[in-house]
Design a protein around this ligand. Structure first.
Ligand code: C2O
Ligand code: CU
Length: 485
C-alpha cells in the first residue's frame, strides 16, 4: 500500500506497525476510582518536610484473574501523592528495592540539577538517594517518575509514577475545589498491552507502545463518585507514547484551569483537553444530580502525521465514569481570573537557539552522558526554536524550567498552551518558539535533561544535556544546596 511504501521510504519497517489493537473498554465502570494516598511526611525542627518512597516489585490485575508483574512506589503500581507548599524545604528518601538501577525525577520541578533525579542521579538496588530542595514555584500538578539512562520507558511502563502536588498558601482563593480525593482528584491515564500469560508487552511502533488496556489510577473501568456540584480533575498523561484528547461523552463544556506549571490566567471553557505523554491539565466539571457521564478520549489533533505512523493513536474510548449522587453539595463559583502570569516576549531573550528534532536525534546528535549540549547562563532568558522534522509526533520536555509557548509556525498558541508548560507536543513539520528563564540554580558539573517525552524516543537517544552556569561565580561551582541554608 502507499502507506507502507511511505513507511519504508522513511526507514521504518512496516512490520513494526502491525501489533496495533484497538482499545479494549470494559463493559461496566463499576470499580470505584482508587485515589492515590497522600504520602505521609515528617517535619523536622528546621521545617524540612521529609517523605519516603520505596520503588518495589509487585503484581497487578489489569484484567480480572490475570496477574501482571508490575512495579510501584510503596505498593504494586504507581505511588502515593507527595504534597508540599511553596516556600517549604522538602526532602525525599528514595529507596530502590528493585533488582535494577533506577532514578526518580521530579517532573516540572524547579530545583538544583543534583536533586533533579535524571540519569546522573541513579539509585542502585538496595541504595537510598536523599535529594532535598526548597519548593519555589506556583501551585501546580507535577509528577515523579524514573529516568534511568535508556530505561525510562520500561520503568514507567512497569508502573512507577506518582503525583507531586504543589500548593501556594499566598495565592488567593479562586473558587477551585480543594478537597483531596473528594472534589479535587488526581487522575493518571496510562495504556498498556498485556500478553496472555500476564506479562507486560513492550512491543510497539514508531511512537512506542499504544496499549489496548487503558487505566485511570491503575484500574480499568473505574468510576468516580461525585458528591459536589463541581469536581476538579488533575489529569496526567502517564503513558509512554499515546496522546489523549479528553472530553465528555455528551460533549459538555468544562473549564480548563491549569496546565503543566500551574493555573491559567483565566478559566478556559472548552470541550477538549489534549495531553501528550507527560503533560498535565486541571479541569473543573459541573455535574447534575444523579447523572452518569463518561470521560472519553477522542482522536487527538496530532497535526499532519503521515498515515501509518499514527495507527491506533486515533481511537475513541471511554476512560472513567463520573457518577453523581442524587444530592450534590454546593461548590464555589470559579473566579473569572485565576492568576497573573508575567508576560514574556522574544524581545526579552538574551539567547536564541535552534533545535531540529528528527528521528531519534536533536540537532543531529543522540544523547551522550559525557557531552554537554547546551550551556545556559544563570539569570538569562532564552528562546528555543524547536522544529519537528519528522512526519510523526515528538514532544519536548525541559527540566528545571516552566516555559511559555511564544508561537507555533509564527501564530499565537491556543489558550490551552498559553500558560506555564514544561512539556510541549510537537506536531510534524511545525516550528515552536519557546521561551524560558534560567534562575536560582547553577551547577557547572551537573546537567539537566531536555528530551522527547515519547519515552521510546527518549531512551533511543532523543535527549540532550543542559548545564546552567553562574558567570559571576569565579570558583566555577557552588556548594550543593540542601542541608542548612
Ligand atoms: Cu518526565 Cu525528563 O522527564
Ligand atoms: Cu519523539
Amino acid at each position: 500500500s502507499a502507506g507502507a511504501a511511505l513507511l519504508v521510504a522513511a526507514g521504518v519497517s512496516a512490520c513494526s506497525e502491525v501489533s496495533v489493537s484497538a482499545v479494549d473498554v470494559p463493559e461496566t465502570f463499576d470499580v470505584p476510582l482508587p485515589v492515590p494516598p497522600l504520602a505521609p511526611s515528617r517535619v523536622a525542627a528546621d521545617g524540612t518536610r521529609t517523605f519516603r518512597l520505596t520503588a518495589q516489585e509487585g503484581s497487578t490485575q489489569f484484567t480480572p484473574g490475570v496477574d501482571t508483574p508490575t512495579w510501584g512506589f510503596d505498593g504494586d503500581l504507581l505511588g502515593p501523592t507527595l504534597r508540599a507548599a511553596r516556600g517549604e524545604k522538602v526532602a525525599v528518601e528514595v529507596r530502590n528495592d528493585l533488582p535494577e538501577t533506577t532514578s526518580v525525577h521530579w517532573h516540572g520541578m524547579h530545583l538544583p540539577a543534583a536533586m533533579d533525579g535524571g540519569p546522573h542521579q541513579s539509585v542502585e538496588p538496595g541504595a537510598t538517594w536523599r535529594p532535598t530542595w526548597r519548593i519555589d514555584q506556583p501551585a501546580a500538578t507535577l509528577w515523579y517518575h524514573p529516568h534511568p539512562h535508556g530505561q525510562t520507558q520500561e520503568h514507567v511502563y512497569r508502573g512507577l509514577a506518582g503525583f507531586f502536588l504543589l500548593d501556594d498558601p499566598a495565592a488567593p482563593d479562586v473558587g477551585l475545589p480543594t478537597e483531596y480525593g473528594v472534589d479535587d482528584v488526581p487522575v493518571v491515564v496510562q495504556d498498556r498491552n498485556v500478553d496472555r500469560d500476564g506479562s507486560l508487552d513492550m512491543s510497539g511502533g514508531e511512537l512506542g507502545v499504544l496499549g489496548s488496556l487503558v487505566t485511570t489510577n491503575g484500574v480499568r473501568g473505574a468510576h468516580l463518585p461525585v458528591t459536589t456540584q463541581r469536581v476538579r480533575l488533575r489529569l496526567l498523561n502517564g503513558s509512554t507514547a499515546r496522546t489523549y484528547a479528553f472530553g465528555f461523552a455528551d460533549d459538555r463544556r468544562f473549564l480548563q484551569v491549569a496546565s503543566d506549571g500551574g493555573l491559567l490566567t483565566e478559566p478556559l471553557p472548552t470541550t477538549r483537553v489534549q495531553l501528550s505523554p507527560g503533560e498535565r491539565a486541571e479541569v473543573v466539571v459541573t455535574a447534575s444530580p444523579g447523572e452518569r457521564v463518561r470521560l472519553r478520549s477522542f482522536p487527538p489533533d496530532l497535526g499532519r502525521v503521515v498515515a501509518g505512523f499514527a495507527m491506533g493513536a486515533q481511537d475513541t474510548f471511554d476512560v472513567l465514569e463520573l457518577r453523581a449522587a442524587p444530592d450534590l453539595a454546593p461548590s464555589p463559583e470559579v473566579a473569572p481570573t485565576l492568576t497573573t502570569l508575567e508576560p514574556m516576549s522574544a524581545a526579552d531573550a538574551d539567547v536564541t537557539r535552534t533545535f531540529e528534532l528528527e528521528d531519534r536525534s536533536i540537532n543531529g546528535r543522540r544523547m551522550d552522558m559525557d557531552r554537554v549540549d547546551v550551556t545556559a547562563e544563570l539569570g538569562t532568558t532564552e528562546v528555543w526554536e524547536v522544529r519537528n522534522r519528522n512526519a510523526f509526533p515528538h514532544s519536548l520536555h525541559v527540566h528545571d524550567v516552566q516555559m511559555r509557548v511564544l508561537d507555533i509556525d509564527g501564530e499565537a498558541p491556543p489558550a490551552a498552551l498559553a500558560g506555564a508548560k514544561d512539556t510541549v507536543y510537537l506536531a510534524p513539520n511545525r516550528t515552536y518558539r519557546l521561551i524560558m528563564r534560567f534562575e536560582d540554580y547553577a551547577d557547572p558539573d551537573t546537567p539537566y535533561m531536555f528530551h522527547c517525552h515519547l519515552l521510546l524516543h527518549e531512551d533511543q537517544g532523543m535527549m540532550g544535556q543542559l548545564v546552567v552556569v553562574d558567570p559571576d561565580d569565579a570558583t566555577g561551582g557552588q556548594p550543593p544546596r540542601g542541608g542548612d541554608d
